[in-house]
Design a protein around this ligand. Structure first.
Ligand code: UT7
Length: 338
């Protein structure tokens, strides 16, 4: 590909969003039939009511392709110059997911790679793609978060099975200027591998998580990263119209909002419908909230995430006007448009 000018005056600007969820829904009632748990326990501890779970016929790559295709349809019709897929659950260790996704979208020849940073993967991917744009490597970039986390817990583990779902979300970035709606502020990122054992899985069906410790770290790290991202963008926390946190669970995100002094009705939440979808969580939330009108053009929005690694991050942006090409309703039918 041809390098394009990046440089100091340029920013990565969100110009499209997309989402894909498997059609199969597993409700809390479905789980109570096979686990020693209750709908009341799951709702009160997590806010989760149902989650979407992929069958054997729907891979991480499939979900990523559907979300990316929707973001492309939503965005401006420029050629795509780069693609980054964040995932902890690639279909295979080799090759990476992203070149296959790119090929299925007709984007052969562009730089395409995967990265793994647990539930913070989407923010790491956003920073990577924004770096491609700043460096002049790309003028436009697709950023996809795709995970099939429902397969990670041991099927009989009531402490983790209810938490996770499958899905993918995507945003399209283009080169623009820092003062326009949709321009990403500096992305704050961090990690601490001394906490690596707190969430770990050597293979599907073998997830282990120290729930209470993870909860505490999640609240601390997302709150701190959010403050840093707001400061880096020149905002006061009182300026924040929408908090778009990784959808680990509603109790965690409520604590983060409270710690930041962000009113709870400014906190976006779709975990009840999708569970914790890992790297897909934030772009799914953004797509869902744009479609249902909770996230509007001009909203000063803080994205923040935390997860395995440990890894965390945050970024501030003013939400762009995507409405002319938005579908009227959010669909759970695998990214098809209504
Ligand atoms: O991206 C980050 C991913 N990780 C997370 O989001 C998880 C963060 N952690 C949490 O959200 C919470 O720790 C959980 C929701 C996982 C658990 O909530 P908790 O309030 O920390 O519960 P706990 O683990 O302290 O367990 C309390 C009790 C225990 O029983 P005993 O020992 O008090 O008799 C558990 O055995 O709840 C029991 N329990 C359940 N009971 C019914 C655990 N899971 C269940 C369940 N149904 N599904």
């Amino acid at each position: 590909m041809t390098a394009v000018p990046g440089g100091a005056g340029c920013a990565a600007v969100i110009c499209g969003v997309g989402a894909a969820l498997p059609p199969h829904v597993v409700s809390n009632a479905d789980l109570t039939a096979r686990l020693d748990t209750t709908d009341a326990w799951i709702r009160s501890r997590t806010g989760i009511i149902r989650r979407h779970v992929a069958g054997a016929d729907l891979s991480t790559t499939d979900l990523a392709v559907r979300a990316a295709a929707q973001a492309l349809a939503d965005g401006e019709p420029d050629p795509v110059d780069a693609l980054v897929v964040a995932t902890t659950t690639p279909d295979r260790c080799c090759p990476a997911t992203a070149p296959v996704v790119a090929a299925r979208l007709g984007l052969t020849g562009i730089p395409a790679h995967d990265l793994a940073a647990g539930c913070t993967g989407f923010l790491y991917a956003l920073a990577t793609a924004a770096g491609f744009i700043a460096a002049g490597t790309a003028r436009t970039a697709l950023v996809v978060g795709a995970d099939r986390l429902a397969a990670l817990p041991a099927p009989e583990d009531r402490t983790t099975v209810p938490l996770f779902g499958d899905g993918a979300g995507a945003v399209l970035l283009r080169r623009g200027s820092p003062d326009e709606y949709g321009a990403l502020g500096p992305v704050v990122l961090g990690s601490d591998g001394t906490g690596a054992e707190l969430i770990r899985a050597s293979r599907p069906g073998a997830l282990r998580m120290e729930g209470a410790d993870v909860f505490r770290h999640a609240v601390d790290r997302m709150s701190t990263a959010s403050r840093e991202a707001a400061t880096a963008a020149g905002w006061e926390l009182g300026d924040v119209d929408r908090l778009a946190p990784h959808q680990a669970n509603s109790r965690i995100t409520s604590f983060v909002a409270r710690r930041l002094g962000v009113p709870d009705d400014h906190r976006l939440d779709n975990v009840g419908e999708v569970g914790n979808t890992g790297a897909a969580s934030i772009p799914l939330l953004l797509t869902h909230s744009t479609a249902d009108g909770r996230l509007k053009p001009g909203h000063r929005t803080l994205l923040t995430a935390f997860g395995a690694g440990l890894a965390w991050g945050a970024v501030a942006l003013t939400w762009p006007d995507l409405s002319p090409t938005r579908p009227p309703g959010y669909t759970s039918s695998g990214g098809s448009r209504t």
